[in-house]
Design a protein around this ligand. Sequence first.
Ligand SMILES: [Fe+2]
Length: 187
Amino acid sequence: MFDTQEFVASCRATLTESVPQLAIKELMLRTVERPAEVEAALGTPAVGGIEPLHHSPELTVLNIIWTPGMSLSPHDHRMWVVIGLYGGQEDNRFYRRTPQGLAAVGGKELRIEDAVVLGEDVIHAVSNPGRTFTGAIHVYGGDFFAAKRSEWDPVTLEERPWDIANTRRVFTDANERYAAERADRPS
Ligand SMILES: [Fe+2]
């Protein structure tokens, strides 16, 4: 069975390695190849949001639930992150800075049982294109909440300091929209 404390301890144990994110990716693959066990431990995703499973200066582990149809505008992390999916789909679009602003440079669709490492200079936007909630474990090589970093306006793509309040609002709005859609079209 998946055990959150064991998982966190295993992640923390890699921090003495020179490239912990590679060991964590292997751990993540072994974890999400049993998605039902992760879901049994963390709960069946039913509302979008960010649930911290562990938070320290050198490591943050989040259970992120993406609401169906939601999108998060481009942002960076300035630390590596390992992402693993135990349900649904998470589409990543990647960007790089240019003198003219952000330029799109491809994407990666993550599905259940997938895991990926993103480097510390990656800029990405995330969406859940599916009709079901996506459950994802994100492991960051630092303090996700305290780090100084950037997000880009979803419409103008203007760079601004990242603000957790903006991110939480995106989840709140998506949950309200999803609930309204469900009320309109009961299944
Ligand atoms: Fe991100």
